[in-house]
Design a binder for this molecule. Structure first.
Ligand SMILES: Nc1ncnc2c1ncn2[C@@H]1O[C@H](COP(=O)(O)OP(=O)(O)O)[C@@H](O)[C@H]1O
Ligand SMILES: Cc1ncsc1CCOP(=O)(O)O
Ligand SMILES: [Mg+2]
Length: 257
């Protein structure tokens, strides 16, 4: 399946995407997934996970506002995704800021995510390399994180996506870059988290490497279009949702290099 085919399938199937994400991201991530054409559900109570994860097309886990009961839910959900063959996407937000978060990220990695998505500083740190991340914001270039992404992909058998001005994606064998978007994108909080949620929707609709590429391309195409209308970060967010909904499958190929 091509990235274009996967967007068509996503809109035909409207997959249910289980998102365990952070308090900052919940609203915008749900709006992004809806605008693109899928169906998000933010469910994190430990009591609900055993019934809910198995009926979803994909799971996404984001540790942006981690606490112990959420970590228990994430662990159960990722384990269930593994046993039910449900693709899952891991977003290790700012995992280098504390020993607690670092340990949690490594434990979740051991549950074998289908896709790992982070900014350059998060991907460098996940591979054990030094970076210049500042909380949730990246301080490193995507190029600097490319070999860390390759190493993570080979070690964990995952697709790894590093986002930034030009995104990089690899499954350890193949790789690609995705260009476009706008410098306004990192000025909107939780847009990276929303990208992760959208990757879940794409992974529910097609094979992981192509699905990840498609999700990245969808953001770049919509980001470029939104920037043409926006006066700043506030209006960018509104135009971005409109542009996600307006993006057509044939638009995606233009930004994949
Ligand atoms: N300078 C930039 N120019 C164009 N697109 C960007 C830029 N920085 C980030 N993006 C895009 O913004 C989205 C969020 O990426 P990023 O800011 O790296 O994630 P995070 O929010 O996790 O730090 C991605 O789709 C990425 O391609
Ligand atoms: C600001 C902030 N603080 C904890 S989670 C979060 C959102 C981070 O979102 P993103 O990684 O997409 O920038
Ligand atoms: Mg992030």
């Amino acid at each position: 399946m091509t990235p274009q085919d996967i967007l068509t399938a996503l809109r035909d199937q409207n997959p249910l995407v289980h998102c365990i994400t952070n308090y900052v991201a919940m609203n915008i991530a749900a709006n992004v997934v809806l605008a693109a054409g899928a169906s998000p559900a933010m469910v994190h109570a430990p009591e609900e996970i055993p019934e809910f994860t198995p009926i979803c097309g994909a799971l996404t886990i984001n540790i942006g506002t981690l606490s112990s009961s959420w970590l228990a839910s994430m662990t159960t959900a990722a384990t269930l995704a593994g046993t039910h063959d449900i693709p899952w996407v891991f977003d290790p937000v700012a995992h280098f800021v504390s020993e607690y978060r670092k340990r949690a990220a490594q434990d979740l990695l051991a549950l074998r995510p289908t896709v790992i998505r982070g900014n350059a500083s998060e991907i460098l740190a996940l591979a054990g390399e030094a970076g210049a991340g500042k909380g949730a914001d990246s301080g490193d270039s995507v190029d600097a994180a490319q070999s860390a992404a390759n190493a993570l992909a080979s070690k964990w058998g995952a697709v790894v996506a590093v986002t930034g001005p030009v995104d990089y994606v690899t499954d350890g064998t193949r790789d690609a870059h995705v260009s476009g978007g706008s410098p306004l994108m990192p000025k909107i909080t939780a847009l990276g988290c929303s990208q992760t949620a959208l990757m879940g929707a794409y992974c529910a609709s097609g094979p992981a490497f192509e699905a990840t590429l498609a999700a990245l391309a969808h953001f770049k195409v919509a980001g470029t279009a939104a920037a043409q209308q926006a006066k700043g970060p506030g209006s960018f967010q509104m135009h971005f949702l409109d542009a996600l909904a307006a993006t057509q499958p044939q638009d995606l190929g233009q930004v994949i290099v």
